[in-house]
Design a protein around this ligand. Structure first.
Ligand code: NAD
Length: 294
């Protein structure tokens, strides 16, 4: 039977540490980290995420500077706002909630955020720093979801060196930075993706399996090596029938009921990676604040 990795609890502990750190920094410098949260339009899921991020940030003592813009906002107007925030002293982190409306170019917008204020760690300069930095550089702004996954792995207190790690997914926000982080921990890393051949066979070689695909329960129990550690990043809403009634439920990319019988440790969905992502956003904002004091 697996250990179920409690992302909620680990995230709660990280937030408590950040709250304490921010309190001490406030006493010393008489200011607190500021996070600008920019949302464009009213995509329901984005509103939920923005609300959750804002609440968590305020709870640890981060000042939230909220900018909610109309869906009709032009790219130029958004760029102007980001440039203003780049120069605003009480703003240490800038978060532009994705996805953006179709008339905007995501990469241009993300590149406009000053790398020192890049709360999501998506700016090319920070991506480059992640790939060339040494393993224990505490000042880096690292994409939140993969960093959260790494913290959960480290919390297991196992030696990651030399472990075979398979990351399924090669997105810029999860798969690729996850692979970089595992490589830094001296894992032997393989990145799988939609064109990978023999995925089940590849997965069965993994001591650490990270699934970041976005397809409900695609990774089956029989793909998983006995005693592997499984980190399920996927968030998929599926329809289920309950007493003839149609309902929806969140599931990961891994068939949890099967995988938990094989893995030595596994993250659930929900309650695994999700809470860590927000906690790591708060961590990045605090790092950006501390970097600004140097
Ligand atoms: P993405 O769509 O950008 O990337 C998905 C990746 O999966 C691609 O690289 C693709 O090559 C690969 N893939 C697709 N089908 C495959 C298949 N059949 N076999 C192997 N690989 C396949 O998605 P993303 O942004 O990286 O997100 C992945 C999942 O993680 C989604 O479910 C998303 O909702 C979730 N997510 C969760 C959090 C969180 O906080 N928990 C954060 C970000 C993303």
């Amino acid at each position: 039977m697996s250990e179920i990795i409690d992302g909620k609890l680990i995230a709660q502990n990280l937030r408590a540490d950040l709250k304490e750190e921010i309190k001490i920094l406030k006493e010393k410098y008489n200011k607190v980290p500021g996070l600008a949260v920019v949302q464009i339009g009213n995509v329901a899921a984005s509103s939920v995420y923005v609300k959750a991020k804002t609440k968590s940030a305020q709870e640890v003592g981060i000042e939230v500077i909220d900018h909610h813009l109309e869906n009709t906002t032009s790219q130029e107007e958004l760029i102007n706002l980001i440039n203003k925030l780049n120069n605003q002293e009480n703003v240490n982190g800038i978060l532009v909630q994705l996805p953006l409306p179709n008339h905007m170019n995501e990469q241009i917008i993300l590149d406009t955020i000053h790398p020192d204020k890049d709360a999501d760690g998506f700016h090319p300069l920070n991506v480059g720093k992640l790939s060339i930095s040494s393993s224990n550089d505490e000042n880096l702004l690292i994409p939140c979801t993969p960093y959260g996954c790494l913290l959960m792995l480290k919390g297991l207190n196992i030696d990651l060196k030399g472990k075979n790690a398979v990351v399924i997914g090669r997105s810029n926000i999860v798969g690729k930075p996850m692979a970089q982080l595992l490589l830094k921990e001296s894992c032997t890393v393989t990145i799988a993706h939609s064109k990978t051949k023999n995925l089940p066979q590849l997965c069965s070689s993994a001591d650490i399996l990270v699934a970041a695909i976005g397809k409900p329960e695609i990774v089956k129990g029989e793909w998983i090596k006995d005693t592997a550690i499984v980190i399920d990043v996927g968030i998929n809403r599926i329809e289920i029938k309950n007493n003839g009634e149609s309902k929806t439920k969140l599931v990961g990319d891994v068939k949890f009921s099967e995988a938990k019988l094989k893995a030595s440790a596994i993250t659930p969905v929900p309650g695994g990676v999700g809470p860590m992502t927000i906690a790591c956003l708060l961590r990045n904002t605090t790092i950006a604040f501390k970097n600004s004091l140097i």
